[in-house]
Design a protein around this ligand. Sequence first.
Ligand code: FES
Length: 104
Amino acid sequence: MSKTALTVFLCTHKDCNRAWDHVCDGSPGKWLKRQFEEAGLPYKLDVVKTDCMDRCKEAACLCLVHKDHARLLTDVRSKHDIGRLLAAAMDLVGVEWRVTERDS
Ligand code: FES
C-alpha cells in the first residue's frame, strides 16, 4: 500500500525547542515519525524544521500540510499529546478524500 505524503513544519526555535524537550528525548521529528509508524498510519512524513511561527506562548507548535490543506497544532507539551496530533493528521487527510468522494 502506498503511503500518503504529509509534510510537518516543526518549529524548533527557542520556546518550542524547550517544549519539545518535555515531549521526547532527542529529535522531535524522529519521535513524530516513530509515533506515526507505531500507530500504523500509512503516512510518509516529511519533517521540515522551521524558525519561530510567532505562537511562542503556545509552544510547541507544528503545522501539518497535506496537498492544499493545513492544520496548525499548538500546545504540544507532553508525549500524551500524540493522540491529538494523530487525530489531526487523520482528519487532515480525511478532508481531502471526503471532498474527492463528494465530487465523484
Ligand atoms: S518558538 Fe516556536 S512559535 Fe515561537
